[in-house]
Design a protein around this ligand. Structure first.
Ligand code: NAD
Length: 473
């Protein structure tokens, strides 16, 4: 799954991209090796009795780094998962956490399974059994290793994992922090489901705040009216498509899914399309859009912005030369191979890299983990206080000016921030801050010529500092 033709594997691709940044910053060989090495990889094989027959499942959890704890990263359930992919994704998590200043190490897990082949009860049994393996072997706990959703997993799986951990460690008061991405009524946080797609939106908004960067991508103006092609209408792709089209005026002209692509140059209505896919389990036969059987070919469609939000290795040596987008934002992990990245850079296509672009998920996971270990919902202490302050300010203004503050202004000024407001505000700030750090590196470092190298450069500088400060043990 991770190897395309004679290109490097996904893990090698990540390493090659990281090497570029390490060379640019002249990092000493020892520190570079320490940062790049994957700390530990667990492979488990476990039997589960399904419909009267024993099946053996294979899963992995890789801990790439532990310079900060816990190590953090999603768990995917996919038929083509393998160890190379898990190690590559774990490494990306190390760099991702550092770039958005989330104080975690990097980890990732996978179970080789096609979830569509099992019913709900079977999936619960398999997930709980996999969790048992991870907990028993020290690869899942609130203080050392905290999974989250990824491809093929969501709130449901996270709730099963947290519950299994609780039964194994009933005396751990922080048990609920052992995974993030849980349902809100089981210790989750408002805004986690939308977080990665929302982060992609905030990243694009920040990019378009910098006119020089927009100009480098051969565009001008704001997001409003820009055309966009999205691959993958899952958690990340759906939320990115929805928010960009409904809130920023972006025209989504094509959605690529595993069974083909839907095209409408006037812009697709994402919510209608999403309902259609949920109901019919396919994007085929959707009204008001034309269908293209060869979905992958639509990655080459003319557009301003291309958002790969499905899988790794989608833009390769084979199709990179034909991609016409001016800006690519990697909502998925590793959608562009190392070779394709070089071709696109030469063509002048601007790439906002995965380690930054999809960091919204881990950022809000960090907020959820803090909420769990502090045992209190964000906003609970100050919301009413802020409302009271707002009322007092409005009354003061009316008294001083002698005129009435309008009801709508009064409502806006007196509304205390709830958890979702605070999560979105924290995420927005994080995405803005990180982009500014990356573009500063790009501006200041003479050996850095693209956003991806600038992103790794910025991130590795922070990680190296922590290795150098603390030393190795
Ligand atoms: P998901 O399972 O919810 O969605 C993936 C979507 O891609 C599905 O709709 C699937 O049908 C589609 N797809 C699969 N194969 C395809 C193909 N060949 N062509 C086109 N579409 C295809 O997964 P997700 O959580 O949205 O994750 C998508 C990507 O984002 C992954 O690379 C994941 O690692 C990354 N990511 C996810 C999160 C998160 O919070 N969920 C966070 C960071 C990064």
């Amino acid at each position: 799954m991770t190897q395309t033709g004679n290109e490097p594997s996904f893990r090698e691709s990540v390493d090659l991209m990281v090497d570029k940044a390490m060379t640019a910053m002249k990092l000493d060989e020892g520190t570079a090796l320490a940062i790049k090495s994957c700390n530990a990889v667990l492979q488990v094989k476990f039997p589960v009795k399904i419909r009267g027959k024993i099946e053996v499942f294979t899963g992995w959890r890789a801990t790439h780094s532990t310079h900060r704890l816990p190590s953090k990263g999603g768990i995917r359930f996919a038929p083509h998962a393998d160890q190379d992919e898990v190690e590559a994704l774990a490494a990306l998590m190390t760099y991702k956490c550092a770039i958005v200043d989330v104080p975690f190490g990097g980890s990732k897990g996978a179970l080789m399974i096609d979830p569509t082949q099992y019913d709900r009860d079977e999936m619960e049994m398999i997930t709980r059994r996999f969790t048992l393996e991870l907990v028993r072997k020290g690869f899942l706990s609130p203080s050392t290793n905290v999974p989250a959703p990824d491809i093929g997993t969501g709130q449901r799986e996270m709730a099963w994992m947290a519950d299994t951990y609780k039964h194994l460690h009933p005396d751990d008061i922080n048990y609920v922090a052992c995974v993030t991405g849980k349902p809100v009524h089981h210790g989750g946080i408002q805004g986690r489901v939308e977080a990665t797609g929302r982060g992609v939106q905030y990243a694009l908004r920040e990019f378009f705040r910098h006119a020089e960067d927009v100009k480098k991508a051969n565009m001008s103006g704001s997001l409003d009216g820009k055309t966009c092609v999205i691959q993958g209408l899952g958690n990340v792709g759906y939320h990115a498509a929805k928010f960009l089209s409904e809130e920023d005026g972006v025209k989504i002209t094509a959605i690529i899914e595993r069974d083909g692509a839907l095209i409408n140059d006037d812009g697709l209505v994402i919510e209608d399309l999403y309902q259609h896919v949920n109901q019919h389990k396919t994007i085929k036969n959707s009204p008001s859009a034309s269908f293209e059987e060869d979905g992958k070919a639509v990655l080459e469609k003319e557009c301003d912005i291309l958002i790969p939000a499905a899988l790794e290795s989608q833009i390769t040596l084979e199709n990179a030369g034909q991609v016409k987008a001016k800006l690519i934002i990697e909502a998925a992990n590793g959608p562009i191979t190392f070779g394709a990245d070089e071709i696109l850079n030469k063509k002048g296509v601007i790439i906002i890299p995965d380690a930054y672009a999809n960091a919204g998920g881990v950022t809000v996971s960090y907020f959820e983990w803090i909420r769990n270990i502090s045992h209190i919902r964000f906003g609970r202490m100050q919301k009413r206080h802020d409302e009271l302050r707002g009322h007092q300010m409005a009354a003061m203004l009316e008294e001083v000016t002698g005129s009435k503050v309008s009801d709508s202004l009064k409502h806006a000024a007196t509304k205390g921030a709830d958890e979702l407001d605070l999560v979105r505000s924290g995420l927005d700030d994080t995405m803005r801050e990180a982009y500014q750090q990356i573009r500063n590196t790009l501006e200041k470092e003479e050996n850095v010529h693209d956003l991806r190298t600038a992103c790794y450069f910025t991130s590795i500088k922070k990680i190296a500092r922590s290795y150098i400060d603390v030393g190795v043990f």
